[in-house]
Structure formats: C-alpha cells, structure tokens
Design a protein around this ligand. Structure first.
Ligand code: ATP
Ligand code: MG
Length: 350
C-alpha cells in the first residue's frame, strides 16, 4: 500500500483513563483524526505498574472498538518514579557513537537499579561552558515495566512501535503547539488520577523532570469521605455538576483542602528549580491532565503557588477533523495532552 496508514496512534495508559489519539500530517500541518477515552476500573495500575494485565488489555480493546480505530501501530508511554529515571548529567565531550559505546558504564553511577535491568537512552544536549564537557539527558527505564506494557498492548491486538515516557510526551505536545522562548522557563505539569508529571523547560531543553505519587484521586476520596457519596457521584461533582444537594461551593472547599499535597508537591519542585538548580524564575505553568478540568482548580493552583497557570491546549497547532465533535474535544483538551504528544511521534524521529 503506497499511501497506507503509516502514522501510529498515541495510546496513553493512565491510571484513571485510557486515551487514544491519531494525528495525521496534512499539507504541512497536523490534523487530529481520532480521539477517544474511557475510564479504567480503579487499581488496575498502581504507581506505574500494571496490576491486572488481563483487564487492562480488555479495556484497551474496548477503547479501540469504541473509537473504531483500525491502526495497529501504537506509541505508548511509561511513567513512575520507581520505573523511570531521568537525569541531566555532565560527561566529557564525545561523539554520539562513542557515547553509545560507553553509556552503560557512564549510567551505572546514576541509576539506582541494576544496570542490566534497565533500558538506557540518552540525548546529547550540547557543550557546557567548561571546555571539554557536555550535557546529556540520561533516561533509564526498567525492562520489566516496558515488557509489562508491551505485552498488554500486544494482547490487545496492537503493535507497540515506540515506548516513550510521559514527561517527554508532554514536551512533544508543548513543542508542537507553543513558541519556545530561550528567555523563559516553563513548567509543564500534568496532574492525572494518581500522579503528577513535571517537566521544566529551560531554553527549549528539559532541565528538571519529576514524577510525583499523588493526583486527583485525592479529590475523589475527599469528596466521598466528606459527603458519604459513592465514587461515581464524586466524579460528577469534580465535573462541576450539582448532585445530592451538594452545592458547587461546598464541593470546591473540599477540593481545595484536598489539594494541599498537590500544591506542596509542585511547589517543592518549583522551589528546587528556583533556588538550587537553575537559580532562575519559572515564568509560567502549563497545566494538563484531568485535574485541569476541575472547576476552579487552575485558579487555586495559580493563587497558591503565585505563578501564572495556563491550561494546556494540545490543539493549538493541530486542526480538528470535521468528523469529530470539535466542541467536546476542546472541552476536554488538557486531558489529551499526553496522548497527543505520543501520537505525533514517528518511528525513527530521534
Ligand atoms: N471533565 C472532568 N472534570 C473534572 N475532572 C475530571 C474530568 N475528567 C476527568 N477528570 C478527573 O481527572 C482524573 C483523570 O485524569 P487523567 O486522565 O489525566 O489521569 P490519568 O492519565 O488516567 O492518570 P495518571 O496520569 O495519574 O496515570 C480523574 O481523577 C478524574 O476524576
Ligand atoms: Mg496521565
């Protein structure tokens, strides 16, 4: 097939929602051809590890049926501080080929796992001010975690062609949709159901990444506890619906109180970047993930951290196909950030 479907889908396997996106390159631009998502039963994925692979591959099949996507090639991602290590390291200047040879040896001191148990990748950023030195981003992902995800995705009938990392998918999404300015530092922050992914971009380069262990499940749990309501009702409250005589104000107060750990987690990272690492301000925070959809949350975050918060728009430079429900896609856009970042990866692109 000369003009066969060569663009893989982006499949974001989150702890709360499975999302799939298909983005085609069309006349020099990009177009979203498909997007869909379904909620996952709780506890299928815990701290980036798959607990019930059978039910997960069934859920992936269900999503593919629902979205009617026929493409088999898929880009997926892994995350979690216990499976993924990302470090900016300084090495003596050498060529890509030389580093390819020695990376395993170099990485050993930075990776807290047995070096034979991880897949290693790297990107040379460039020379440092000190002569003869260069900056390198080192990425190590546990092999068993990759294998777990790959086998679940294969069981669902897909062909995983790239395994990426959530924080890099965010960066991909950002680079396609935003003007990169060397002058300002931008924090990409994705708050999902059970995790926070952060990637602070300095001069177009990922300089600080972090995977935090809390997410918007905190809000659901607090709402359930406070109002003695089941999970589904708490989810509706988060969407700003009025249920069971609970007012929006009451719900908002509980959500704000339950956000403390989230504020602290992000605040600590920003503080570390500002005071210890780059010694520069972070100009703005681009917020994605389902948490960005909670009524009032972005404003709370901005106020608490004293930073400009913008809701991520993964479709700023991606047209939305006429076949799709554009209003719906724009409404949920921030939750699609990682899946879009994955969907624009191409085999062999870096
Ligand atoms: N329309 C909405 N309004 C408010 N909250 C929402 C909405 N849709 C989803 N959420 C909340 O967002 C969270 C899911 O977000 P997201 O899909 O980004 O997480 P995930 O990728 O599944 O999780 P993780 O990244 O932690 O693995 C859930 O806690 C859910 O309650
Ligand atoms: Mg997620």
């Amino acid at each position: 097939m000369l003009f066969g479907e060569k663009t893989p889908i982006g499949l974001d396997i989150g702890a709360g929602f499975l999302k799939v996106a298909r983005v085609k390159e069309a006349r020099g631009g990009y177009e979203l051809e498909d997007f869909d998502m379904i909620p996952l039963p709780p506890e299928l994925i815990v701290d980036g590890s798959i607990i019930d692979s059978l039910r997960l591959s069934d859920s992936i099949k269900e999503l593919l049926r629902k979205s009617r996507i026929k493409t088999k090639d898929a880009v997926i991602s892994v995350s979690g501080h216990s499976s993924v290590i990302i470090k900016m390291i300084t090495l003596p200047e050498m060529s890509e080929e030389e580093l390819e040879e020695s990376i395993k040896f170099e990485a050993e001191q930075y990776v807290p796992f047995d070096i034979n148990d991880v897949n290693i990748d790297f990107q040379i950023i460039g020379p440092r001010d000190e002569p003869g030195q260069m900056d390198v981003i080192l990425v190590a992902v546990k092999k068993d975690v990759i294998n777990e995800y790959v086998s679940v995705v294969k069981d669902a009938g897909l062909n995983p062609v790239i395994v990426d990392v959530d924080v890099f998918a965010l960066e991909n999404m950002y680079e396609l949709n935003y003007d990169i300015s060397a002058a300002k530092n931008v924090a990409l922050v994705d708050i999902g159901a059970s995790s926070i992914k952060m990637n602070i971009i300095k001069g177009g380069i990922p300089s600080f990444t972090r995977d935090g262990p809390v997410g918007s499940n905190l809000h659901s749990e607090a709402l359930q506890r406070e109002f003695h309501i089941p999970y589904e009702v708490a989810e509706r409250l988060k969407r700003g619906e009025t249920v069971e005589n609970i007012s929006e104000e009451e719900a908002r107060a509980v959500i704000e109180a339950a956000s403390e750990e989230i504020f602290n987690e992000i605040g600590r990272s920003l503080e570390y970047f500002r005071t210890s690492m780059a010694k520069e301000e972070v100009a703005e925070l681009i917020l994605s993930g389902g948490c960005a959809l909670i009524a009032g949350f972005p404003e709370m975050l901005a106020e608490r951290l004293g930073i400009e918060v913008k809701i991520a728009d993964p479709f700023q430079n991606i047209a939305i196909s006429k076949r799709l429900d554009e209003a719906y896609i724009r409404d949920i856009a921030p939750i699609a950030a990682v899946s879009v970042g994955l969907a624009i990866r191409r085999v062999g692109d870096r």
